[in-house]
Write a new protein. Structure first.
Length: 404
């Protein structure tokens, strides 16, 4: 015997268990994503990336909206999610390119690696944000002659780049590797980012200002081990590595340093330093960052086949297809949604997963979408799974259902 409320609870659970078969008719199977040609998320702790201070303050930057939400939103308020979209691409060598580093294994192959996209950057004094410095920025890093070991898709492939003594810095990081600071502040306002010494006389960024990224030349293995040691645990770097990507864990990490500002990009890589101070007071300072290659999940706003978005409506469901990662569980506290590049918002709540689908509820109004009937709405949902992997999800067929 069941009480009336128990019967309704059982029926509701049974209905949700059928979601996987009903909510995603637009695809045969959700796509898990990619490993060596995909978007990147921040590390599990949403730490920003950074670079050695050289003669100036450290540059910190976020490569995804989760990092921005945790590090800048509490201080600055809402920040457009479209400011972060960094991708990694592993490709063949350029024509006529030669490599000066030995292959790490007899079965390896050389590849170039490009990490690029818009980021949110700021100056950091220790762990403190320099007031007025947050800005939109563009990241471009090209690692040359990385070693590919194993076949991508095998689950065990790696791509690494280790430096060797007396190797030219531009043979490791391409001379065009840089971060460019935009004259637009975050959030957008009439004022320009400030505090950026070298970008203008007063540190105010009035036009694009670039800082070169890369490493220095090392005379011997001892110098390499000092600047680029193994680890530290739990990071998987081997001594001398400036880049490592591991397919089995989806880890992607870069260790680089920055040079002096240049208002006429590309910046000059010969100014790059990997330490600060002088004489016996030198402090080794290698920056970079660690991230996770994102999983991609198909999503569905408002359920069934509707695929319509009413910006004036209240709470709506967003269903995340987790079928490519069986038994996956989304951590609600990491989930964020943004629409048309607007500010990200957290869900009101997320239900437990059922039939490889997890449903989160969002209020459409705080997404601040202005659209006309039938226009496409770009909805992005990001978050983290219980096992630490990060994901992004979109409903590719979403259309506006209410004129504004």
């Amino acid at each position: 015997m069941f009480s009336k409320s128990s019967v309704f609870a059982v029926l509701a659970l049974a209905a949700f268990a059928c979601l996987g078969a009903l909510l995603f008719p637009q695809v045969v199977q959700a796509q898990e994503g990619c490993v060596w040609d995909c978007d990147l998320g921040s590390d599990p702790f949403f730490n920003p990336w950074g670079n050695s201070p050289a003669s100036q303050l450290d540059i910190a930057f976020c490569i995804d909206q989760g990092c921005v939400f945790q590090n800048l939103v509490p201080t600055l308020g809402p920040i457009p999610s479209s400011s972060t979209d960094v991708a990694i691409v592993v490709s063949d060598l350029d024509p006529l390119q030669t490599c000066t580093n030995p292959l790490s294994t007899p079965t390896g192959a050389y590849r170039n690696v490009t990490i690029s996209g818009p980021v949110v950057a700021w100056l950091q004094n220790g762990s403190a944000i320099v007031s007025g410095s947050p800005a939109q920025a563009s990241l471009f890093i090209k690692i040359k002659c990385a070693t590919l070991d194993g076949a991508p898709g095998s689950g065990t492939s790696t791509v690494t780049r280790a430096v060797v003594p007396k190797e030219l810095r531009t043979n490791v990081f391409d001379s065009s590797s840089r971060i460019e600071i935009s004259p637009f502040s975050i959030p957008n306002s009439p004022s320009h980012p400030s505090g950026w010494t070298g970008c203008s006389n007063n540190g105010v960024v009035t036009s694009t200002c670039a800082f070169p990224l890369g490493v220095v030349e090392f005379n011997n293995s001892t110098a390499i081990a000092k600047v680029l040691p193994a680890g530290p645990a739990p990071l998987p770097y081997l001594a001398g590595e400036v880049f490592r990507a591991d397919e089995s864990t989806r880890f992607v990490g870069v260790r680089d340093c920055k040079g002096a500002a240049d208002v006429t990009p590309p910046a000059d890589p010969t100014t790059i330093e990997c330490s600060s101070g002088s004489g016996g007071n030198q402090v080794v300072s290698t920056g970079g960052g660690q991230s996770l290659a994102l999983l991609f999940f198909v999503g569905n706003w408002s359920g069934a086949n509707a695929h319509t978005f009413n910006p004036t409506k209240g709470s709506n469901s967003y269903d995340i297809d987790l079928s490519t990662v069986p038994n996956a569980v989304v951590l609600q506290e990491t989930v964020l949604a943004s629409a048309n590049g607007g500010s990200p918002i957290p869900p009101k709540n997320c239900s437990p997963p059922g039939q490889n689908v997890q449903r989160c509820f969002f209020d459409a109004r705080p997404l601040n979408v202005t659209c006309q009937q039938g226009q496409h709405v770009t909805l992005l949902v990001t978050g983290e799974l219980q096992d630490g992997r990060k994901f992004q999800s979109t409903d590719s067929q979403l259309q506006c259902s209410n004129s504004q």
